[in-house]
Design a binder for this molecule. Sequence first.
Ligand SMILES: NC(=O)c1ccc[n+]([C@@H]2O[C@H](COP(=O)([O-])OP(=O)(O)OC[C@H]3O[C@@H](n4cnc5c(N)ncnc54)[C@H](OP(=O)(O)O)[C@@H]3O)[C@@H](O)[C@H]2O)c1
Length: 373
Amino acid sequence: MSGEEAAAPPAPAEQAPPAEPQYRALVLSGYGGYEKVKVQVRRGEPSPRPGEVAVRVRACGLNFADLLARQGLYDRLPPPPVSPGMECAGTVQALGEGVTGRQVGDKVMVLARAGLWQEVVTVPASQTFPMPDGMSFEEAAAFPVNYITAYMILFDFGNLRPNQSILIHMAAGGVGTAVVQLCQTVENVTIFGTASASKHEALRESGVTHPIDYRTMDYVEEVRKISPKGVDIVLDPLGGSDTSKGFNLLKPMGKLVTYGVSNMVTGQKKNLMAMAKTWWNQFSINALQLLHLNKAVCGYNLSYLEEEPELLKGVMAKLVSLYGQGKIKPKIDSVWPFEQVADAMRQMQEKKNVGKVILVPELPKEEAKKEEN
Ligand SMILES: NC(=O)c1ccc[n+]([C@@H]2O[C@H](COP(=O)([O-])OP(=O)(O)OC[C@H]3O[C@@H](n4cnc5c(N)ncnc54)[C@H](OP(=O)(O)O)[C@@H]3O)[C@@H](O)[C@H]2O)c1
């Protein structure tokens, strides 16, 4: 055997092990200011359990409840560290055992109590809703929370009918915009809407009959100047003393729907004074008083309806039909990449948004270019 023959064969070129999949998630690391929500890279790929689907997320909705949650004021969010996010839109990328009615590649809207601000999510298939034709991912991420809430408070509780009048607070925000659009589906509704003065032109364009700048005017006086007897429906997302003001503005047979406590939020961090004031001024009434006054008070909270998928499915079907008829369309205020989640939250908390604030894992290419310039 020659020396050459005896040489060991060359070692095969070392092959790099296949890269482990990764995905990014926004995570609330603790209660506090904007900096508490961070981008985290997670290893692996979530796979759906029986009855679940995995969705590749393209856009997520920011809701006022996310601001409350960051401050530790929203009891429906599990304690940190946790990924927030109650709604998103994307494409189904895997099906768990036993899932019917969804296919890989379907475009869906997703609703959940938390956990949707991630590039990939796994959720029960019953919490996904097919996106209608022509709807963008941004619109789809702006749809479930705002429009289901708006529909149920306006029609199921408020029972809005032709020729009635309504007071809508935060009228230029996500829910407010949806309510204003849904009011247009009923004949001759007079809409009083409160919002910062800079948003009044947008409010008029969207159909608000009487925009009111609650920051410089007494909205109760302003409503009474135009409608001395008050209004048929008050939608109250504010809480505290505003709930009593709303109730007192109701005509006989009027309905107050309370669905938020925005007055508790005054800045980036929890404000104990504002919380105490809101609690102290809580509206309270007994059955006998209601009976004498001929008025109704309703409380609404979407997150407690998660056990009622059929109810939500029915509302979504009506909303998708209205979207298809061109009667409602989400108004997008702004779109922010995950890395700018602090700016997105600031946009809402500093009262700058008109319509919905959207988060995306990555900006679409043209948007990214605009940012660079
Ligand atoms: N119960 C439920 O199931 C449910 C579901 C969805 C939403 N909600 C409630 O509905 C309300 C609207 O929610 P959204 O997500 O659509 O938010 P949004 O209306 O888009 O919220 C931002 C806007 O609210 C106004 N605002 C009033 N008080 C504020 C405060 N203390 N801090 C910051 N902004 C304030 C600001 O506009 P202007 O000052 O110009 O008006 C701001 O631009 C919130 O109270 C939310 O909790 C409840």
